[in-house]
Design a protein. Structure first.
Length: 570
């Protein structure tokens, strides 16, 4: 009989653990008299999935590849979706009263017992990797959200909208009652959880004539999920409004709210906004990802030249530094990274934001409150009475705010702010159009950083390919492409949802204000004149993006997709 291998030996064979780590854990075990697996978990040497796999191997439980699994509908029907989701299991085959089941944790007696009770079969266990299990459940059972919607409103009950009005003729008391139904509460929670796990930045719930569409924005692109029945519209919207602290009875005026949601990895903050439409209220939930918003400046994707130039601007004693781009392009992330980089207890920093997305350690942050008369302009006036060294204004929206910010920069303060313009030179003409005196802008402006976010190639399915010849010709207009240059794209896999893209990175354009540009700004220049007078080493956003293409970070198609919003030709 073959002797069973020890757990530590199995983990080392699989390269999940090294010899030094094992020795340390064994020494701890002699002192604490606990299971080795638990000690290794507590030390952070291995993950729960790695421990489960090693224990399964040690116990002789066979590992199965779920990516190649073919499971009949009869077998899927044997095990309810609730059990599958609850225990992370997948029925594989049923024969002669025995059910074969894949499990991510094969050592749960309760799972085996529940399966026996439900199916009346004996159970044979297999081990499967968590990611494969997640994809298999989605493939054979559908998403949790889709299943729950089907349970709440079966297909035969999904009536046409003509039988219902936009929100259902419900009183506030009835809406409260609907929104507190346990099954409805679970449904809304599942929608949010599914979005968080899919790395979505936004959830859109949009009512239409016959259904309510649910969409997630993932890596900047909208992805439509299973739509909801019109019957659930009033309950779903009411539930979200209760969570966000909104007025549930008010359906014809836009409202804003905030949700603190307990996700699997900790608290998640969400900004909620409603707008009335012809078919009822549309809701948008912005998921505020703290890990993304508090990135380091050097992790954002700036090239060395841009990073060095921007870093010099951050260490000026006075002046104004602007970050420009459309909504959702990462301007706030860049500003937060900038403030964190230059933070020091010896420096007084104050921000005014709409809203304050995340609290920054050691920095005074003021939220805008227009209902009480606290606008960017009034807040900025009061901030300057607090003797700050560095001020951050969330956005320059009007002439008054712009003038106060620029005068603050001229009186010895370093001011950061954002502006909605297509490129860096456009920020200068935009401020002059707002009514800022050109000579004041010329004296105070230090730099403008324009940015966009582009999707990056999924590392799991990244392969080289030969792009279209027309694409190469287009690139040759901006960069010199060698014939043997390798291009990459993602072919699509389970990790990236078959898109070939996973995550995003910034492309940047830094316009440093030189003496030549100051003279030009004072004379009310056009955008074209500013571009021509830019320093010789000035790099446009499109060129920065194409450099990232040649580095294998993103694709030419992605750069040209974003370039359309910058206003440059393909």
């Amino acid at each position: 009989m073959r002797q069973r291998k020890k757990l530590g030996e199995v983990l080392c064979e699989k390269s999940y653990l090294d010899e030094s780590g094992l020795k340390f854990a064994l020494a701890e075990q002699k002192i604490e008299h606990r299971r080795l697996g638990q000690i290794l978990l507590d030390l952070g040497y291995i993950s729960q999935a790695q421990l489960n796999e090693a224990l399964a191997h040690q116990a002789g439980i066979e590992k199965i590849d779920l990516t190649k699994a073919s499971i009949s509908n009869d077998v899927v029907a044997l095990v309810p979706a609730e059990l599958v989701s609850k225990y992370n299991i997948m029925p594989l085959n049923q024969q002669n009263g025995r059910l074969e089941v894949a499990m991510t944790d094969p050592f749960q007696p309760q799972v085996i017992e529940d399966l026996r009770l439900v199916t009346g079969c004996s159970v044979r266990r297999y081990y499967a990797e968590p990611k494969e299990m997640e994809n298999a459940i989605l493939k054979f059972y559908g998403s949790n959200v889709a299943r729950m919607m089907d349970d709440l409103v079966p297909a035969e009950q999904r009536v046409e909208s003509k039988q219902l009005d936009n929100n259902g003729d419900y009183s506030p008391a009835k809406l409260h009652e609907l929104a507190r139904e346990p099954s409805l509460v679970n449904l809304v929670n599942l929608v949010i959880l599914e979005a968080i796990e899919a790395r979505a930045s936004d959830i859109h719930i949009e009512p239409f004539e016959n259904q309510v569409k649910i969409k997630y924005r993932i890596d900047g692109m909208l992805v439509e999920r299973t739509p909801s029945s019109k019957r659930l519209q009033a309950a779903i919207i009411s539930r979200i409004k209760i969570m966000a602290g909104m007025n549930i009875a008010e359906r014809f005026v836009p409202q804003d709210g905030h949700i603190e949601f307990a996700g699997k990895k900790g608290r998640v903050d969400m900004r909620v906004s409603t707008v009335p439409t012809v078919f009822g209220e549309s809701i948008e939930l912005r998921i505020l990802d703290r890990s993304t918003s508090l990135m380091k400046l050097h992790d954002l994707g700036m090239n060395d030249q841009c990073l060095e130039g921007f870093d010099q601007c951050l260490h000026r004693t006075h002046g104004i530094v602007l970050v420009t781009g459309p909504t959702g392009c990462g301007k706030t992330t860049t500003l937060y990274a900038s403030l964190n980089k230059i933070y020091s207890p010896a420096v007084k920093m104050i921000t005014i934001e709409d809203p304050v997305e995340y609290q920054l350690e050691g920095i005074n942050q003021m939220p805008v409150n227009p209902k009480r008369g606290l606008t960017f302009a009034t807040g900025l006036r009061h901030i300057l009475r607090h003797d700050p060294d560095i001020v951050m204004v969330g956005e320059i929206r009007d002439r008054e705010t712009a003038n106060i910010a620029i005068r603050a920069a001229l009186t010895g303060h370093l001011v950061f702010s954002t502006l909605h313009t297509n490129d860096a030179p456009g920020a200068v003409t935009r401020l002059i159009d707002m009514g800022v005196e050109p000579f004041l802008l010329a004296s105070s402006l230090e730099a403008v950083l324009a940015q966009r976010l582009v999707r990056t190639i999924c590392p799991k399915c990244k392969v080289s390919y030969k792009p279209d010849e027309h694409l190469i010709k287009s690139l040759n207009g901006s960069l010199n492409i060698q014939p043997d240059t390798k291009f990459y794209h993602g072919v699509g896999c389970n990790e990236c949802g078959q898109t070939g893209m996973s995550g995003r990175i910034g492309i940047y354009e830094l316009l440093r204000i030189t003496g030549t540009l100051r003279e030009l700004i004072a004379a009310r220049p056009t955008t074209e004149q500013i571009i021509k007078a830019a320093p010789p080493d000035h790099i446009s956003m499109v060129n920065d993006g194409l450099t990232k293409v040649l580095e294998g970070v993103t694709t030419p198609e992605e750069i040209f997709r974003v370039a359309k919003s910058i206003g440059e030709e393909d």
